[in-house]
Every structure is written in C-alpha cells, then in structure tokens.
Design a protein around this ligand. Structure first.
Ligand code: ZN
Length: 306
C-alpha cells in the first residue's frame, strides 16, 4: 500500500479501526491480559467524537481498546492521519521531511514533526536484533555526517562532524548509530550489542581499535587496494553502499540535522533498508510490527485501562 491506496482504503475512521484490529488480532480479538478469546465489543465515541471501540474480557473483565498499548493510544490525531504518515515514511526510500508530511496529510508542521518522531522511535524499537547469524559475514565501517561550517576553517568543520558506526550483513540487514568517537571504548559496546556471537567473519578497515575488540579468529581487515582488483571476501562495498544511500537521503530530505536526531533518522533508514525486499507491503508490515511485536506487561496495561 502506498499513500494513495492508504487514503482510498481508509476513508473512514471505522475502516482504519477495522484494519488495525485485523492486523493486531488476525485470529479474532483476544484479551490483552489473559488471552481469552471471548470478549465483548462496545462501540462508543471518544472525547473527540470519533468512533472508539472498547472491548471487555468475559473472563478477567479487563477493559481495553483496539489501540491500547500501541503508538496510537490516546492520540488526538485520527488513525487515518497516522496511517497516511506511516505510509509516507515506510515508502519514502530517501526519507521524508516533516514539512512534506504536513503538506500531504494536512496537519501543522509541529504536529507532523511529533508524529514522524514517534513513528521513528517505534521503528527504532523494531530494529533491535543482532546482525550476523551462523556462517554470515558482517562488514563494519565508520562514516562522518555533517560538519559543514562555512568560513570557520577545516578544524571547525572536522569537529562538527558526527561519527557514525555502521555494520551490515552481506545481502542482509544493516545497523547504524552515532558514536562519540572511533576509539575502542566507544565502539566496543555497540559492536557487542549488535553483532551475534555466531557470526562467521567481521570485516573492518585497518583501524587499530577493531583489533582490540573483535576475536582474532573472526576478524578480517579489508584490504582496500586488493578490493579494487576483485570484489571478493574482503570487500567493504555493502556497508559503503548503505552509507552513501543514507547520505543521499539525508542531504535531500533533512536539511537541518542535529546530532540528537541523527540516531532516529538512522534507525528509520535501517528499518526501511532491512525490509527492502518487501517493497509493496511496507505500510502493512510497519503497522503489523507496531501492533504485534511489542509485548505488553499486565502492569503496563492496567495502568492504561480506562
Ligand atoms: Zn482477560
């Protein structure tokens, strides 16, 4: 689904709710606390007058709604607008600015900015799973983003650059995040959290830091000179390609990029990159992941019960 089909499919809030319910509970609504399938549906209207669907569990009497515990809960925006923003972000190969989202879905810039930010944060949560399973090769490299300080000299420009550590499975998923610097102490926790211990080989450039972090039997330094001659085992082309794709998107879509937000943009990029094979289903995949992948604890649910 792209923006056009999303707009067409969800012309009413009820249609959007129906879709949300079908994605969240493909086998019929189940109680969020006890998983009981016998739940009563109560149709009502929310504070804003929009349709609001409540459920009551016949077993434990929990009251919940289709949006309880999701990103959309208690939002003053309609599900239709959420869905449109999600479709735009899921489909935009190079990213999309809050300004463009505001224009497309008809909300204020500030609203669009918050909306995009929350969707990005959710994408970040969905990305958490280490790269490099059994027999896989992971390429690791650093890159520097930003740093254009006109008329302030080379040194100022260099200081303003943000270091980003990127890693990618050959033919698979990518992870990128900002790091304080490229020394071993800064890189170690990131590599540890994001590369599976089952990985076959980790390819890096010749920076000394990697030698201190990665186990000798798995670590291979890529040789840039040889790489020109053959695109083989030691090539770093995959991670370099991912970085340049991200940079092209950043320059085109986000003109002001602060360090604080760079990580969210990176996560948004990674979310899309990691699902690039399922292009026509990006929106439904995002929605499905948002409503099913985050298990909720009972405590959290009861706190949100109304
Ligand atoms: Zn229950």
């Amino acid at each position: 689904m792209n923006l056009l089909t999303v707009t067409k499919a969800f012309q009413t809030e009820d249609a959007a709710l129906d879709y949300l319910v079908s994605q969240r509970w493909p086998n019929g609504v189940h109680c969020l606390a006890c998983d009981c399938a016998k739940v009563y549906r109560i149709d009502t209207k929310g504070k804003t007058g929009r349709p609001y669907r409540k459920y009551e569990c016949s077993d434990c009497a929990l009251h919940f709604s289709a949006t309880t515990g999701t990103l959309f809960h208690d939002s003053h925006l309609s599900l239709q607008k959420w869905f449109m923003a999600m479709a735009l972000m899921a489909e935009a190969k190079k990213g999309i600015s809050a300004n463009q989202v505001a224009r497309h879905i008809g909300v204020q810039y500030k609203t669009a900015w918050h909306l995009c930010h929350r969707i990005r944060k959710a994408m970040e949560e969905l990305n958490k799973s280490p790269l490099g399973g059994q027999g896989q090769i992971v390429e690791v490299d650093e890159s520097f983003i930003g740093g254009k300080k006109l008329h302030k000299g080379v040194k100022a420009g260099k200081d303003a650059k943000i270091s980003v550590l990127g890693m990618v499975e050959r033919g698979g998923r990518v992870h990128m995040q900002t790091v304080e610097n490229c020394k071993a102490a800064a890189l170690r926790p990131v590599l540890k959290a994001n590369i599976s211990p089952n990985v076959k080989t980790v390819l890096t450039d010749s920076a000394a830091a990697y030698g201190h972090i990665l186990p000798k039997d798995k670590h291979v330094e890529a040789n840039h000179r040889l790489e020109l001659e053959m695109f083989g085992e030691t090539s770093m082309k995959t991670i370099e390609g991912a970085f340049s794709l991200f940079k092209r998107g950043v320059i085109g879509s986000y003109h002001h990029l602060s360090k604080d937000h760079l990580d969210s943009y990176l996560q948004e990029f990674c979310w899309r990159y990691n699902r690039r094979g399922i292009q026509p289903r990006m929106f439904s995949t995002l929605l499905q992941e948002l409503v099913t992948k985050k298990p909720l604890t009972y405590r959290k649910l009861t706190r949100e019960v109304f």
